[in-house]
Design a protein around this ligand. Structure first.
Ligand code: MRU
Length: 367
């Protein structure tokens, strides 16, 4: 995407050819800051503290984390240790394990002396493939938005509701749920996006709004509980969200609150689409509610709010009484029966094992 007139990805190699540079997403939308990662431990920390976030970007950062480890010590012991350190950085997005497994398979087959070069090449391939994959998701999903526009007699913009941030900041470029919106917008299809603020970390209000503003896509930020009301009043043509892990049967795990939007969508006959790269499918599991680990994060993410004062200072304030217990479940699972379709890099399919395996027969066989 273009930021301040420059084409920008979310992760790239530093000038020394070894360090890895990422956008510090914790500072957005107030400041555009970069963070340099110099070791696999720093990459794991950046994933855990959400300097980088979003399932595909977590995967790409994990891959570069292993490359950083190989630059220091390409031995078998360090490969195993770095793999383990990175794998536990965040539990829900399966793209992390997918990327680490792909890296480890490539590296374990080589002599240690060859591993540094191979690791950087493979991490770059994962990043490049993510860009192409998300662009393809965008092309397929844009067709849904164009079709909604045609159904409305081209008389008004298509209203899309999205939750959290599944845009270019969540991937290497383009995004998953936002890629169809960018492609439709660039093709001249008028789109308006309802942006769920996405408590507690406000990825919608902070990141999705930041992205849409930069791209010139009309949008409105709403609090998380408004979606049902909008749908009851015909103000949403379709929902598109991302996912951190999708079972082979089509259950989708995404940012907490997604499930409630899917319920409201079904009650109101609003199509509910989930956009994902195939690296987000966990082919080993079939029951999202019981088998997907749901990350529980720090209570302070709920109890405290950070924002910019009128004077431009960044301040954090408490909004929950000291002493009140707080729970912070970061994700929930939307059962496949509530999902209209999965928008993948190979096209759109039903949220079912038959649907996914029709598009990805080899991956299913390998599981
Ligand atoms: O906790 P986050 O910000 O990493 O959660 C991100 C999401 O829930 C996204 O919707 C998901 O990763 C899909 S990203 C293309």
């Amino acid at each position: 995407m273009r930021i301040d007139g420059r084409d920008t990805r979310t992760i790239w190699l530093g000038e020394d050819g070894t360090a890895v540079v990422v956008i510090d997403q914790r500072a957005l939308p107030h400041r555009f800051a970069l963070r340099t990662l110099r070791s696999d431990a720093e990459a794991a920390e950046a994933i855990a503290d959400m300097t980088v976030r979003g399932a595909p970007l977590i995967g790409a950062t994990g891959a570069y984390g292993l490359a950083l480890a190989m630059a220091t010590d390409p031995g078998d012991g360090n490969l195993a240790a770095a793999y383990g350190r990175l794998l536990v950085a965040r539990p829900t997005a399966v793209n992390l394990r997918w990327a680490l497994d792909r890296m480890r398979a490539k590296l374990a087959a080589r002599q240690p002396a060859d591993r540094r070069r191979a690791a950087y090449a493979e991490a770059a391939a994962i990043a490049d493939e993510d860009v192409a994959t998300c662009a393809a998701i965008g092309e397929h999903g844009a067709g849904l938005i164009r079709a909604a526009w045609e159904r409305a007699g081209r008389s008004r913009p298509v209203n899309v509701l999205t939750h959290c941030n599944a845009g270019w900041l969540a991937t290497v470029d383009w995004g998953t749920a936002l890629a169809p919106i960018y492609k439709a917008h660039r093709a001249g299809v008028p789109v308006h996006v309802w942006v769920d603020e996405t408590r507690p970390r406000n990825q919608g209000a902070s990141l999705t709004a930041y992205e849409l503003l930069a791209e010139g896509v009309p949008h409105t930020v709403v609090v998380d509980n408004v979606g049902g009301h909008l749908m009851q009043h015909g103000k949403v043509d379709l929902c598109i969200v991302g996912t951190d892990r999708t079972t082979r049967t089509g259950d989708v795990c995404n940012k907490v609150g997604t499930y409630l939007k899917a319920l409201a969508a079904q009650d109101n006959g609003v199509p509910f689409y989930v956009a994902l790269p195939s690296s987000t499918v966990d082919w080993r599991i079939s029951d999202g509610v019981r088998q997907i680990p749901i990350e529980e994060r720090a209570a302070d993410e709920v109890a405290l709010m950070t924002g910019e004062t009128a004077a431009g200072a960044i301040e954090t304030v408490r909004i929950v009484p000291r002493g009140s217990p707080v729970a912070n479940f970061a994700f929930d699972v939307t059962p496949a029966r509530l999902v209209t379709g999965l928008v993948t890099e190979r096209g759109i399919c039903p949220a079912s094992e038959a649907g996914l395996t029709a598009l990805f027969p080899r991956e299913e066989a390998d599981r």
